[in-house]
Ligand binder design. Structure first.
Ligand SMILES: [Zn+2]
Length: 187
């Protein structure tokens, strides 16, 4: 698939240490997306990197009745992008930054949509972590906002709290109109 430098954007979702092996909320093989996303970045002019950016008493944490162990706490190692992820050309979008609000989607209470539209983006390519939460919701919100969506299905990994969650997430996104493509086959 050929990339249009003017109207295509790459969105790298939450490629953070806490979501990679060894992290607080590790996704199996989460670090495997890094090389593919670095490859993809070489082909894009418009690049965005979302990150979970929580206060230390965030409502999604188990200690406050949420579903997750503490993760991606602002200004900690776990919240940093994976050390091998190329980030110098990416615009960083922080989400779920307030203690009482969670956000899986990079579009939720951020300026991502406005920024993409201002730059004339028509199609977004989405990869990262995790398939069945933040990647899914980001892709669905992109579709709802009127963008064409290409899900880079080799450059995503899922949590799979229930086996099959990731596959279901990919199917959901596809049924809403996204195209599946391999990051390794972009040119
Ligand atoms: Zn989170």
């Amino acid at each position: 698939m050929k990339i249009d430098l003017d109207t295509d954007a790459l969105i790298m979702v939450d490629v953070q240490n806490d979501f990679c092996p060894g992290g607080a909320l590790a996704v199996r093989e989460g670090d495997q997306v890094v090389k593919l996303l670095n490859h993809a970045q070489k082909l894009f002019r418009h690049i965005f990197a979302t990150r979970d950016w929580h206060p230390e008493d965030h409502s999604s944490f188990m200690g406050r009745g949420g579903p997750w162990p503490p993760h991606c706490i602002q200004n900690t190692y776990g919240a940093k992008f994976h050390p091998d992820l190329e980030i110098s050309r990416a615009w960083v979008i922080s989400k779920a930054t307030e203690r009482d609000k969670d956000a899986y989607s990079g579009f939720q209470e951020t300026d991502l949509e406005a920024r993409l539209k201002r730059e004339g983006i028509k199609r977004v390519f989405v990869g990262g972590l995790a398939t069945d939460y933040c990647v899914r919701d980001t892709a669905l919100d992109a579709l709802a906002a009127g963008f064409e969506v290409v899900l880079l299905d080799d450059a995503v990994r899922g949590v799979d709290v229930k086996p099959g969650d990731s596959k279901k997430a990919v199917d959901d996104v596809k049924s809403k109109g996204a195209i599946l493509e391999k990051a390794s086959s972009l040119e």
